[in-house]
Design a protein around this ligand. Structure first.
Ligand code: BGC
Length: 917
């Protein structure tokens, strides 16, 4: 079967995501959209240094080109960009180049800005109608944002630029190209008319943003976070960044759950907020409460009418006010949302909503309601509101529960082992206000080993169990202990057994396992598109913030179905994303990868992405499970968090995606309640697999540590991961070598790890692999993907119409038809099925000039491995080549680039020089 991946359509969908993700916070005097033909002066160096994503593994996608905001505006043909001002920037940038920093995570959060004097601004104001100021920020893995200028705060040069420009211009628009929110107090200080968050939109970001600026698209994005007036207002501020014990004292009161309950006046822009170029009227329709079903449920509709002057989409958000009961609750909780289709002016749409009360469940971790370890809905009045932000709501209906209802009892797992004080809501009858009080969270004794030991007998006679897949068990029966120890180790980064430059290979990483029918699976980052460090290019996606702010999961699902086929094309089975940690604090460096401060929004987008990838038969790994809520000290920091906060806000995003079919999860680096997540039995077995019914694979984050209960964490404690049912330790250079001396086999021999536990992990992995494209590749029956409408790239011939040749001991490929003129290139593919070492050679001839230098550059999978040179051969064929000192990748694209004309090629030869089987 052949599948066509249309790059043009891929681009169009990504562009729409960027546009729908833009959030318009201010638009005084309707300065936006820019009038057709108006003259625009663009300020800020980001006009030439657009951030397509944040840094680290969530951003490393090699691209053919990135379209920034100024390019987008110019391409639109709808406005005139002031080229004189642009020239001034270009000159200044020559002296002040973009600083990339040295090493991993070292890129600065912001770049030095060109000083903009009042004189310059006034000069520009004389020849332009509107000023557009672009402010940029990055952040990422291993590096949180800071409460400093250039990170959370604007720099003095940025402020001066805004001040001078907004003094000189009547119309100033400020556009943010950032991973997530930053300090917004400048809006009150300066004469800024419009403010637009555009996030980091991937390689086509500028196109989507310019669609919004020029009015081709109407903004419909909404904030997935609350923007408070001070960073100190966020209740997690006092503990954010702690290196050792990171106490989650704010408990469930993160984001709007806190601000709307007792600190409304501290909010600059509320959760769910975002303006449009048109207006909408929201009217409540019929409301029904059904108490007869399995769980009480509500059904209602909301009519949205476009009452303004242009077409647009609106997001209707449903919030519930619950009875305070014994547990105490946030003032409002998001229960649902829906986005309308594009509504022409004057048109209306009826949106239908239906959900049961499990959407608004609370978790009782103390037994105060009489239902310990249960999700409950407490007795009392429930009021339902609809609107277009948490601050603009109308009541839709209400219902009363005459008694507390237990939604579900779950396992007694992952409780804190240190006592601490948390915030709890207390309703004051006299003032009718919600206040926060301190509440002691009691410590439980460590019991993860006990849980594991109590459950060990469930694994008795594992290989004979009738309720498991018999084909998979048949394969497992053939595996030796060594092979079992290999199957719990992933190889990487850049394993030669899979697509070059990817993060890991796992499963059938040896020939013996391939012969037993176990394929080798390939996974790579990540949330912003396919990362191949070989240099191969891929589609870079809008970041997580941008995706979620669309409030349009169907659109995001469509986007990821394209990414899915792009993965199949690149022979990649698992994307290491989406990142779905909750945005506990605005300074988390990886917030750009994540979706929201709200777990429901998070779960909806995680599910949409996985569904999109599944439509192409590939998948994504939800990460980082769980509480990877800061980058500072992420290896060592221990999140001290209540079971209520875990169950109500930190886990539900994962839970929803798992219940909607997610089949791969990556644990985090750090510890939750004193057990590092990689080897955390309660998290991975009790909660994920037993409470939620997950049957897929779990992998560690790269080189993560784990600890035995009560002990310090170490790397390569694979035995503990296996006990916890974390199936894959990521990553080692070669799974069979065990170069790091991990403890899998020693623990097995010492009786500290049962063979059945190893078999259980192998079962999870093999069951997953059997359904993957990796299996089809092993059996040579995989779908062929052809990319059409992609702009020509250096890699082009190397990937499009490639003919693959299988090699076992060696082979010869005739090349006498190849056009070797200067500047041409030619590519073909080689498939090797083993780990042997090969010599590769080219046979060619040239003329009589002994001093001729006819070079052919040879690369494999985009990486140059040799430049072979022929001098005059006097018409006789000469062989040039090199012996590879490491195994070839399983699928290698060989590209020959002819730097100089004059060579006649005869053949390419590949010969086995060392059998590694
Ligand atoms: C990151 C993961 C990433 C992995 C592989 C780790 O450092 O935390 O998110 O998927 O590296 O690149």
């Amino acid at each position: 079967m052949t599948k066509i991946l249309d790059w043009k359509k891929y681009t169009e969908v990504a562009r729409r995501v960027v546009a729908e993700g833009c959030v318009l916070l201010e638009n005084k005097d309707n300065v936006l959209p820019l009038k057709k033909g108006c003259k625009v002066a663009v300020f800020g160096r980001i006009q030439h240094n657009y951030y397509k994503s944040g840094t680290g593994s969530g951003g490393m996608v090699n691209v053919t080109e990135v379209t920034g905001i100024t390019d987008g505006l110019k391409n639109s043909g709808l406005v005139k960009v002031d080229t004189e001002l642009e020239k001034i920037y270009l000159e200044w940038e020559k002296e002040n180049p973009f600083e990339v920093g040295i090493g991993w995570g070292q890129e600065p959060w912001c770049q030095k800005e060109m000083p903009v004097t009042l004189e310059l601004a006034e000069e520009c104001a004389r020849r332009n109608d509107v000023a557009l100021i672009i402010i940029g920020r990055t952040a990422g893995e291993d590096k949180d944002n800071l409460e400093t200028e250039g990170s959370w705060y604007l720099t003095s040069l940025e402020k001066e630029m805004i001040k001078n420009v907004s003094t000189a211009f009547e119309k100033t628009v400020v556009v943010f190209n950032t991973g997530n929110i930053v300090d917004m107090n400048f809006v009150k200080e300066y004469n800024v008319k419009s403010v637009l968050y555009t996030w980091q939109g991937g390689m086509v970001g500028g196109l989507g943003v310019s669609d919004i600026l020029t009015g081709k698209e109407n903004p419909s994005g909404k904030l997935t976070d609350t923007i408070a007036s001070s960073i100190k207002d966020y209740p997690s501020s006092s503990n954010f960044g702690s290196l050792k014990d990171n106490v989650y004292a704010e408990d469930i009161y993160v984001g709007y759950r806190y601000f709307e309950s007792a600190s409304k006046d501290k909010v600059l822009y509320p959760f769910g907020y975002g303006l449009s170029y048109t207006n909408f009227k929201v009217t409540a329709g019929d409301f029904e409460f059904d108490n007869g079903g399995n769980l009480p449920s509500v059904k209602f509709d909301v009519t949205v009418k476009n009452t303004g002057s242009c077409s647009g989409k609106e997001v209707i958000q449903i919030y519930v006010k619950q009875p305070q009961g014994k547990l105490g609750k946030p003032a409002l909780v998001l229960a649902d949302f829906k986005k309308t289709a594009l509504l022409k002016k004057g048109k209306k749409a009826k949106l239908k909503f239906e959900f049961d009360i499990s959407r608004i469940r609370s978790f009782d971790d103390t037994g105060i309601t009489g239902n310990i370890d249960c999700f409950v809905c407490e007795e009392g009045l429930y009021e339902i509101f609809a609107g277009n932000s948490i601050r603009n709501l109308s009541k839709i209906g209400d219902f009363t529960l005459s008694e507390t209802i237990v939604i579900e009892k779950v396992s007694d797992s992952l409780k804190p082992v240190t006592s601490f004080e948390r915030m709890a809501a207390a309703y004051d009858e006299s003032t009718k206000q919600l206040n926060f009080i301190k509440q002691k969270v009691e410590a439980s004794s460590p019991y993860q080993n006990k849980h594991r030991n109590d459950n060990l007998s469930e694994l008795d006679n594992f290989l004979e169990r009738k309720n498991l897949n018999q084909d998979v068990l048949a394969v497992l029966k053939t595996l030796t202990d060594e092979e079992l120890s290999c199957i719990v180790r992933g190889e990487g980064m850049g394993s030669p057994k899979v697509t070059a430059g990817t993060a890991a290979a796992f499963g059938g990483v040896s020939k013996s396992m391939n012969d037993k029918g176990i394929p080798c699976c390939c996974c790579t980052d990540g949330p912003s598109g396919i990362r191949m460090d070989s240099g191969s290019q891929a589609f870079s996606l809008p970041n997580g913030t941008s995706q979620a702010c669309t409030f349009n999961p169907d659109l995001v699902k469509e986007l990821y179905s394209f990414t899915g086929w792009e993965m199949v094309y690149n022979k990649i089975d698992i994307l290491l994303g989406p990142g779905i940690n909750l945005r506990r604090h605005p300074l988390n460096g990886r917030n750009f990868e994540y979706f929201s401060e709200d777990p429901y929004v998070t779960g909806i987008f995680a599910s949409a992405i996985i569904e999109g990838l599944h439509s192409a038969g590939v998948t994504g790994s939800l990460k980082h499970f769980c509480c990877n809520n800061q980058e500072t000290g992420r290896w060592v920091s221990n999140s001290v968090v209540s079971a209520r906060a875990l169950r109500e806000i930190y886990l539900p995003g994962f839970e929803m995606a798992v219940k909607n079919g997610a089949d791969v999860i990556m644990t985090s680096y750090g510890s939750v309640n004193s057990m590092w997540t990689s080897g955390n039995y309660d998290l991975v077995t009790q909660i994920l697999r037993k409470d939620w019914g997950f049957t897929g694979i779990v992998m560690t984050d790269w080189w993560a540590m784990s600890n035995d209960e009560g002990k310090e964490p170490v790397r390569f404690n694979v035995a503990q991961n296996v006990r916890a049912q974390n199936d894959l330790y990521m990553v080692v250079p070669d799974a069979a070598e065990n170069a790091h001396n991990d403890n899998t086999l020693t623990a097995l021999q010492a009786g500290e790890l049962s063979r059945n536990e190893l078999l259980r992990c192998a079962y999870n992995t093999v069951s997953f692999l059997k359904k993957s494209h990796a299996q089809s590749r092993l059996e040579n029956r995989d779908v062929k993907v052809v990319i059409k409408n992609r702009k020509k790239t250096a890699m082009d011939g190397a990937t499009d119409k490639i003919v693959y040749y299988d090699t076992v001991d060696g082979l010869s490929i005739p090349l006498d038809h190849v056009d070797t003129s200067r500047g041409k290139s030619y590519s073909f593919g080689i498939v090797t099925k083993d780990q042997s070492l090969y010599r590769i050679e080219l046979v060619g001839k040239t003329g009589d000039n002994d001093l001729a230098q006819v070079n052919v550059s040879v690369s494999y999978n985009g990486v140059n491995i040799a430049v072979l040179c022929w001098n005059g051969t006097h018409g006789a064929y000469e062989t040039k080549g090199l012996s590879m000192d490491r195994p070839l990748n399983r699928n290698v694209v060989v590209n020959l680039y002819f730097a100089q004309s004059g060579l006649t090629l005869k053949e390419f030869k590949i010969t086995k020089i060392k059998d590694n089987n």
